[in-house]
Design a binder for this molecule. Sequence first.
Ligand code: 2NE
Length: 270
Amino acid sequence: YDWKPVKEYKDILFHKFEGIARISINRPQVHNAFTPLTVQEMIDAMHICREDADVRVVVLTGEGGKAFCSGGDQSVRGHGGYVGPDATPRLNVLDLQKMIRSIPKPVIAAVAGWAIGGGHVLHVVCDLTIAAENARFGQTGPKVGSFDGGFGASYLARIVGQKKAREIWYLCDQYDAQEALDMGLVNKVVPLEMLEETYVAWARKVIAKSPLAIRMLKSSFNAELDGQAGIQELAGNATLLYYLSEEAKEGKNAFLEKRDPDWSKYPQFP
Ligand code: 2NE
């Protein structure tokens, strides 16, 4: 595949091919653990993916074939969060999780090797997960003095059920790709060497569908779970569609032309 670099970063690689953007954590020496800088770069790349109309699907992955992501880099964990070059402790991965959820395009996690701790939560919040056979999943928070009680707990429980989610967090066991598939935690398992062709094939299938229908579906799935923020997303899409209508344009035109709007021209449905 002819992946073209989009922008240079220190901790991540960012490529595009056809309508697919690929964000890949590039810290294989620590199993792709993230620091505040890694997350800041991923957020920047996600902003670009949101604004770029050519991008229809985002793929999140990790370099090296041995890890998707091993969560927060424990060597820079300080008093109150993970510490970057500005010496401020941060948990900015929570902002990244929200972006993955709210970007109006499907995000596919392509998991080879470890998806552990905060790295596991990252794949959980993605729309779809394709796992290589060597993938290993699990949470470690209670072992290393951490936890994610947001999407990492509640959304995980929506996916695998309350009992299994509590098991995952309370025991901190690791699960192989087949176990993950069996509990509905991933969509598909493929041999490692087929991971790239599989996520490209899945992305192409999504890209062949109506963009607005996919956008509406993503916000519809989120709306039920995300409370007011979820309803805001879905309602924002309803406003987008309404702005495309002649009826909505009549309101704006009447205001600008300093006249009363004439709604009688527009069909009323039962
Ligand atoms: C992933 C796992 C189980 C792999 O084990 P193994 O034995 O295959 O590899 P090893 O030797 O542990 O790791 C290779 C190198 O990567 C570093 C290791 O320290 C090691 O370095 P060297 O000894 O070769 O110098 N490494 C791996 N993960 C790292 C990490 N997260 N931070 C810094 N260095 C890391 C095993 O490596 C493992 O259990 N890793 C730790 C997983 C973990 O606990 N992550 C943090 C969870 S908390 C979190 O992510 C979080 C949250 O809970 C809430 C908000 C935000 C974040």
